[in-house]
Write a protein that binds this ligand. Structure first.
Ligand SMILES: Cc1cc2nc3c(=O)[nH]c(=O)nc-3n(C[C@H](O)[C@H](O)[C@H](O)COP(=O)(O)OP(=O)(O)OC[C@H]3O[C@@H](n4cnc5c(N)ncnc54)[C@H](O)[C@@H]3O)c2cc1C
Ligand SMILES: NC(=O)c1ccc[n+]([C@@H]2O[C@H](COP(=O)([O-])OP(=O)(O)OC[C@H]3O[C@@H](n4cnc5c(N)ncnc54)[C@H](OP(=O)(O)O)[C@@H]3O)[C@@H](O)[C@H]2O)c1
Length: 457
């Protein structure tokens, strides 16, 4: 008897997701859940996953960080592996080398470069982008030596987005309040020694235009340690035209109430300066000693400078004016939008899709949107990958060998869990859920420590 002919099962495709932030992890989860024959490697240049959830979301937003439980779900050595501590591109594994071992690569590397204001004095010591400042207090290994000057009673944050509010709130809280977060011990020590009393948020447009979300704005009005003072040249009392969006209406109602509020003489004060644009940073001995701002007037939805200047007495200026992306070597890049050109996630070179190249998250859309926005964005990209799947090549090259050839020493999921356990252990010593390990060598040592070493203390 001869057996009936049967067709070979479809060959498995290996897909790399580069970037273990929310967009990369939502993409990995969608690929794993697709039921198609795919093996997924999530690659990140850091030994720890979660991107800006770990290194951006403010440390006191503990509830927000619990999304980590969802983002961790796809990791299963059988289908989704973590390859941390592997940088792709310059100084790491070249993209061409990676292409030899994967059928497709989903780029999810975010946009990490601080935008600049383009005003004189930005290079002075004490002038810092929010990316760097937030990374410092979040324990990002690239910024442990930032040492921002907190020794002057005044500081300024430029921008009217949620990142500006995060920076202002972290500096306005007492060190005891911040001790109950995951910030590294040296950051807590620096905040404890902080002399900052006046936090000036410099906003170029009016109260009806701010990009804050009401929930985040409300938090600065509820701080136990700080007052909020609204500087609006009487704009709110005179009546501002009702904005269309509900979010803006809620912000306006809150700001109007605060403008009429009495100061409570709390130790710190957050000043909201509307209709002010930075024009230059002034230095003394190479360090920021003042920020000069120009008064603006509203002209429709835009503002116009009046030429009238004011001086804010500050020793630190943090720009929270958004982010830019670095080009991914080997991929097309649109410098004007700071994104990789794409159609629904397929990378485009002119009008032509680049075979096997996809993008998701901030590198695809630009640096706006909350964590959840990345889920639908990743699903769109994964739909494109799955549509193309059968036509993608099945590369022969061995991933481990290629990574080793380029000097990469990956941290796998089990090793990350060791580092995770070490952070929880350190948290126990400080009476909080977790304390970040920030120095790269310490992260790697904790990730590679024998399990038994973790049970100490
Ligand atoms: C300061 C700040 C606070 C925020 N707070 C909130 C909040 O409270 N709530 C909210 O909903 N949203 C918040 N957001 C927005 C949210 O963090 C983003 O929407 C989201 O993180 C974008 O995801 P992403 O995956 O595109 O990028 P990212 O989160 O930036 O992830 C990119 C990943 O790629 C890795 N990577 C970069 N280059 C390479 C390379 N060459 N090789 C390998 N890996 C690489 C990085 O290490 C990183 O892990 C905040 C954003 C910022 C900037
Ligand atoms: N808790 C949260 O949910 C949370 C926390 C942090 C971040 N996020 C999200 O992450 C994304 C990024 O946040 P973000 O705060 O970086 O960006 P953002 O919301 O885009 O805000 C950037 C701010 O910078 C201002 N700005 C830009 N260029 C300027 C200049 N040259 N001079 C003065 N001001 C300038 C903008 O003013 P104009 O409005 O006048 O353009 C805007 O107010 C957002 O989608 C945000 O909602 C969410």
């Amino acid at each position: 008897m001869t057996s009936a002919p049967h067709s070979d099962p479809a060959p498995r495709r290996r897909i790399a997701v580069v970037g273990a932030g929310p967009s990369g992890l939502y993409a990995a989860a969608a690929l794993a859940a697709s039921g198609r024959p795919v093996d997924v490697d999530v690659i990140d240049r850091l030994p720890a996953p979660y991107g800006l959830v770990r290194y951006g979301v403010a440390p006191d937003h503990v509830k927000m960080k619990s999304v980590i439980r969802v983002l961790a779900k796809p990791f299963d050595p059988a289908t989704v592996r973590f390859l941390g501590n592997v940088r792709v591109g310059e100084g790491g594994v070249p993209l061409e080398a990676l292409r030899t071992c994967y059928s497709a690569i989903v780029h999810a590397t975010g946009t990490s470069v601080d935008r600049s204001l383009g005003v004189p004095g930005e290079d002075l010591e004490g002038s810092i982008g929010s990316g760097a400042f937030v990374s410092w207090y979040s324990g990002h290994p690239d910024f442990t030596k930032l040492d921002p000057p907190l020794d002057h009673p005044g500081m300024a944050v430029v921008g009217a987005g949620n990142v500006a509010l995060d920076v202002a709130r972290v500096l306005a809280k007492s060190a005891d309040e911040m001790a109950d977060t995951d910030i590294p011990d040296p950051v807590l020590d620096a905040l404890r020694a902080s002399k900052i009393r006046d936090i000036h948020i410099v906003i170029r447009r009016g109260p009806q235009h701010v990009k804050f979300t009401p929930a985040e704005l409300r938090q600065i009005g509820e701080l136990a340690n700080a007052d909020v003072v609204v500087h609006d040249d009487g704009l709110l009392a005179a009546g501002v035209p009702e904005p269309e969006e509900r979010r803006q209406q809620q912000n306006l109602a809150m700001l109007t109430e605060w403008a009429a509020r009495e100061s409570k003489d709390r130790p710190r004060c957050i000043h909201l300066h509307f209709l002010r644009s930075p024009v230059r940073l002034v230095g003394t001995d190479g360090r920021v000693s003042a920020l000069v701002v120009e008064r603006n007037v509203v002209d429709g939805d835009r503002v116009r400078g009046t030429g009238e200047e004011e001086v804010l007495d500050v020793g630190l200026v943090v720009r929270a004016i958004g982010y830019a992306a670095e080009p991914v070597p080997g991929l097309p890049f649109d410098a004007a939008t700071g994104t990789v050109p794409n159609a629904a996630g397929r990378v485009l070179d002119g009008d032509t899709p680049v075979p096997g190249a996809y993008v998701t998250g901030w590198i695809k859309r630009g640096p706006t949107g909350v964590i959840g926005t990345n889920k639908s964005c990743a699903h769109e990209t994964v739909a494109a990958v799955l549509e193309d799947l059968d036509s993608l090549p099945v590369p022969e090259a061995d991933v481990e060998a290629v990574l080793a050839q380029h000097g990469a020493e990956p941290v796998d999921w089990t090793s990350w869990l060791r580092l995770d356990a070490e952070e929880v252990r350190r948290g126990g010593l400080r009476g909080t859920q977790r304390v970040k390990v920030a120095e790269l060598d310490e992260m790697l040592a904790a990730a590679r420590a024998a399990d038994s070493a973790l049970s100490r203390g």
